[in-house]
Design a protein around this ligand. Structure first.
Ligand code: ADP
Ligand code: XUL
Length: 513
C-alpha cells in the first residue's frame, strides 16, 4: 500500500508515474503517445493539423481512449490496489464541452464497455481548443473592452486577455455556435476532465489551472462575475466550482476498481495544469528556486507568495498547488530559434556547447541580437528577421553566442517584474542537457543551475501531489524525488556579472530601437 499515481495528459501523450515514498523510488512509468497509439484521430502531434484562422483543436475522444490504454498498461503485471491516491496534470487552457448526460454517464460506467463508447455521446462541441490556438484575437479585445481594458483583466485574473486562455475560447464558441453553447451544461479543462472521469463525478477546477482561464479572480479565488459576463451568458452555471489544488475530490470510480484493480479506497485529488504540476515535480514550490524549461518554446516559472502581475502584460500568474501563486512566462522562440540558426549556419549542437561557445567570450564584445526568428509573445513581436547590432555576416560562433545571450537576456529582462531574487535555477527540457547553454543561463542570471534526470516533471508533480494530499510531507517528498542528476550542477562565473549587466543595457537599447 501507500503508492501514489500521477497522470499527465500533455499535448502529445498521456503518461503515468507511480511513486513509492517508503523507498523513495519511481516504481512504474508508462506512456501512450496519441499520434502513434491512436492513429484513427489523425493527430500525429496530438492535435488536428491544418486548422483555419489560427484554430488548433484536438479530439477529446482521443484523451478518453488513451485513459483506458494507459490503465491497461499500468495494470499489466502490477497491482494497482497498492495505490492510495491519484492526481492528474494536463496541458493548460484546453477546454471540453459536455451536455447534461455527462455526469450521469461517468457515475454509472459499465466495465464491459470502453470509456470511449460510454462517453462519446456527451460532447456538445466535437473538438476541444488547445493551448496552441490563436484564433480568438477578436474575443480577447471584446472581453478586455467589456471590463474596462486589459489592465483590469490582468489585475483580476493575473493575465491580460490571451488568445489561448479558456475564457476567450469559450466566448468564440458562444459566438460561433450559440445553440451548442446553450446545450452545454458543463465546461471542463483538460486536467479536470480527466480527473472527473477518474472520480466518477464532475470535480472542481483547481486554482493552478483555473487561473489560466481569464476567469478566476485571484483575490477572491472564485470565478469573477464581470469576467464571466464579459465572456458568455450563463457561464457560471456551466463551470465547476474553483477549489484549492490539494482538495480530495472523492474516491476512484468503480470502473477503475473493477476493470483495473484499483483499490475502492483510492482517493482522487483535484487535477492541475502541467506547469503548476511541474512546479511541484521540480521541487520549486518555494520562492527563490526558478524553473526554466528549454523545450520547443522556453518557459520560466517560479513560486510567488502574493499575486504580483506583469505591468507589461506578457507574464501570467497561476495558483501554486502547494499554496500561494506562481509566475509563468512563455518565450515562443526557444528551441525553434536555436534550431533555425543552427540550420541557417549549417552547423550542429556542438556550436552551442561549451567548446563552441569558448570561441567567443562572455558579452560577445558588445554584439547583441534580438532572438526572434518567428513571431514572439514575450515581448509581442510580429515575425521579423532577428535584429542585430552587428553584421549578419559575422562568424558562426559570434552569431550563436549572440542568439543565446539574446534569449537569456530577454528572459532576465522580462522576468524582472516578479521581484524575487533568483537563488537557484532548475533547468529542464531538451536543450538543458547542453552544458554550454546551461552555463550561459547560470552566468546571465548569476545563479547556480541544476539539471534533473527526470523528463516528466508534470507527471512526477501529480504523483507527489497525490501523496501530499494523503498527509505526506511535501518537502520530504521533494527531497527524495526531486534530486538533480549527479554532477549536473553548474556555478555561475562571478566575473561575468558586470559583463552581463552591460549586455542587458545593450539588449534593452536594441529592443527599443
Ligand atoms: P517539447 O517537450 O517542447 O517537445 P523537449 O523539452 O523535448 O521539447 O525539447 C526538445 C528540443 O530540445 C528539440 O527541439 C531540440 O531543439 C532541443 N535539443 C535537444 N538536444 C539539444 C542540444 N544538445 N542542444 C540544444 N538543444 C537541444
Ligand atoms: C502555458 C501553456 C503551455 C501548456 C502546454 O501557458 O500554454 O505550457 O500548458 O503544456
Amino acid at each position: 500500500m501507500s503508492m501514489y499515481l500521477g497522470l499527465d495528459s500533455s499535448t502529445q501523450s498521456l503518461s503515468a508515474i507511480v511513486i513509492d515514498p517508503a523507498s523513495g523510488t519511481i516504481v512504474r512509468e508508462v506512456s501512450v503517445n496519441f499520434g502513434s497509439a491512436l492513429p484513427v484521430y489523425a493527430s500525429p502531434s496530438g492535435f488536428i493539423p491544418g486548422g483555419k484562422n489560427g484554430e488548433v483543436h484536438a479530439d477529446p475522444r482521443m484523451w478518453i481512449e488513451a485513459l483506458d490504454l494507459v490503465f491497461s498498461k499500468l495494470a499489466d503485471g502490477f497491482d494497482l490496489g497498492k495505490i492510495e491516491a491519484v492526481a492528474s496534470s494536463g496541458q493548460q487552457h484546453g477546454s471540453v464541452y459536455l451536455d447534461e448526460t455527462f455526469e450521469q454517464r461517468i457515475d454509472s460506467l459499465a466495465t464491459g464497455e470502453s470509456l470511449l463508447n460510454q462517453l462519446a455521446g456527451s460532447f456538445t462541441r466535437a473538438t476541444a481548443p488547445i493551448w496552441m490556438d490563436t484564433s480568438t484575437g477578436a474575443e480577447c479585445a471584446e472581453i478586455a473592452a467589456a471590463v474596462g481594458g486589459n489592465a483590469e483583466v490582468c489585475k483580476r485574473s493575473g493575465s491580460i486577455a490571451i488568445e489561448r486562455f479558456t475564457g476567450p475560447q469559450i466566448r468564440r464558441f458562444f459566438k460561433n455556435d450559440p445553440a451548442a453553447y446553450e446545450k452545454t451544461s458543463l465546461i471542463h479543462l483538460v486536467s479536470s476532465f480527466v480527473g472527473s472521469i477518474l472520480a466518477g463525478k464532475s470535480i472542481a477546477i483547481d486554482h493552478g489551472d483555473g487561473a489560466g482561464m481569464n476567469l478566476l479572480n485571484l483575490q477572491t479565488l472564485d470565478w469573477d462575475n464581470e469576467l464571466l459576463d464579459a465572456t458568455a451568458p450563463g457561464l457560471r452555471a456551466k463551470l465547476p466550482p474553483a477549489a484549492a489544488s490539494a482538495t480530495v475530490a472523492g474516491s476512484i470510480s468503480s470502473y477503475f476498481v473493477e476493470k483495473y484493480g484499483m483499490s475502492r479506497t483510492c482517493k482522487v485529488v483535484l487535477s492541475t495544469g502541467d506547469n503548476p504540476s511541474s512546479l511541484v515535480g521540480m521541487g520549486a514550490t518555494s520562492p527563490g528556486t526558478v524553473v526554466i524549461s528549454l523545450g520547443t518554446s522556453d518557459t520560466f516559472f517560479a513560486a510567488m507568495e502574493k499575486p504580483v502581475t506583469d505591468p507589461q502584460g506578457f507574464g501570467h500568474v497561476f495558483g501554486n498547488p502547494a499554496g500561494g501563486f506562481m509566475s509563468l512566462i512563455c518565450f515562443r522562440n526557444g528551441s525553434l530559434a536555436r534550431e533555425a540558426l543552427r540550420d541557417e549556419l549549417g552547423t550542429d549542437w556542438s556550436a552551442f556547447d561549451r567548446d563552441g561557445l569558448a570561441k567567443t567570450s562572455a558579452g560577445n564584445e558588445g554584439k547583441v541580437m534580438l532572438p526572434f526568428f518567428g513571431p514572439e509573445i514575450t515581448p509581442r513581436r510580429d515575425f521579423e528577421a532577428p535584429l542585430r547590432n552587428f553584421s549578419a555576416d559575422d562568424a558562426a560562433p559570434v552569431q550563436v553566442r549572440a542568439l543565446l545571450e539574446g534569449q537569456f537576456l530577454n528572459m532576465r529582462l522580462h522576468s524582472q517584474w516578479i521581484g524575487e531574487k533568483v537563488e537557484l535555477i532548475r533547468l529542464t527540457g531538451g536543450a538543458s542537457q547542453n552544458d554550454g547553454i546551461a552555463q550561459l543561463v547560470a552566468d546571465i542570471f548569476q545563479a547556480p543551475v541544476e539539471r534533473f534526470a527526470i523528463a516528466n516533471g508534470a507527471g512526477l508533480g501529480a504523483a507527489l501531489r497525490a501523496a501530499h494530499a494523503c498527509d505526506q510531507d511535501l518537502a520530504t517528498l521533494q527531497e527524495a524525488f526531486c534530486k538533480p542528476a549527479a554532477g549536473s550542477r553548474l556555478e555561475p562565473a562571478s566575473d561575468t556579472a558586470p559583463v552581463y549587466a552591460r549586455s542587458l543595457e545593450a539588449y534593452k537599447a536594441l529592443l527599443s530601437a
